[in-house]
Design a protein around this ligand. Sequence first.
Ligand SMILES: Nc1ncnc2c1ncn2[C@@H]1O[C@H](COP(=O)(O)OP(=O)(O)OP(=O)(O)O)[C@@H](O)[C@H]1O
Ligand SMILES: [Mg+2]
Length: 280
Amino acid sequence: MNDSQSEIDYLKKQISKQEKMASLGLLSAGIAHEIQNPLNFVINFSVSSARLLRDLKEIIDESADAFSEEQKNELQEILTDLQNNMRKIEANGNRASSIVKGILLYSRGKENEYIPTNLAQLTKEYVWLSFHAARANNKSFNVSIVEHYEEGLPPACVIPQDFSRVVLNLMSNACYAVYHKSQQTKDLHYKPTICIELKHEGDSVRLVIEDNGTGISEEVQSHLYTPFYTTKPIGEGTGLGLAISKSIVERKHHGQLIMETAVGEFTRFTILIPIKQTSH
Ligand SMILES: Nc1ncnc2c1ncn2[C@@H]1O[C@H](COP(=O)(O)OP(=O)(O)OP(=O)(O)O)[C@@H](O)[C@H]1O
Ligand SMILES: [Mg+2]
């Protein structure tokens, strides 16, 4: 087979991969929608059970004479345990519900539609999504994730699916880099770490994703944003992550994607995007 034929075959494969990703988006939105209903039952019934427990406690307190000291203590203990359990069910039900709502929100926006978005929430969700994806692929993978989200950040106008894709791409590169460093290094104290920082800077928001992984050599730096350029083995990287991310940040959001690195030390990607998108 000649070179151009194999290149065409390769590109066809990439396109079909992208199509699969798009239908995966639709599928997850569908599943999220179906999960929300039973989740509402869990939350509502845990709230109503907590209320019933409070009533029950009142009745028991009022009829204190009917129980021995030992029985009263036992009842108190059981009631406290039940109330704690209810609180946990409600809190985790709410947590699951906010994840589901997030998925629905981000897959609902139309293509290229800017939506005022809570970037801290969106970033956090996709940071952890990529962490769990890396863990699912490789049980021995671990990393400390240090997060700092500025409080009271105003909603920023972004295309949520696109912005989240950038977070996923940068995170998956960072996970890969710290994992590879942990495999290569002789330093027994090496602690794979990824730091996330989101803050507001003038009229822009600044998101930094920094890893203490392998760093990027000058040779690789010169091809960093070239589509299909990858140093990863076949099947592990398509070489599109950074090319797509750059175009999303700079072309679609009129921002900047900046890379700083030191080989063997760290890689830091900074995304700067305007909070408001004026028409261009
Ligand atoms: N955080 C990082 N640390 C070290 N090297 C990096 C980092 N991010 C990117 N690179 C280097 O840049 C190359 C290109 O990255 P890019 O995300 O575009 O493609 P990829 O990760 O190889 O494949 P894909 O993202 O499409 O699965 C990578 O192969 C890797 O060599
Ligand atoms: Mg990548």
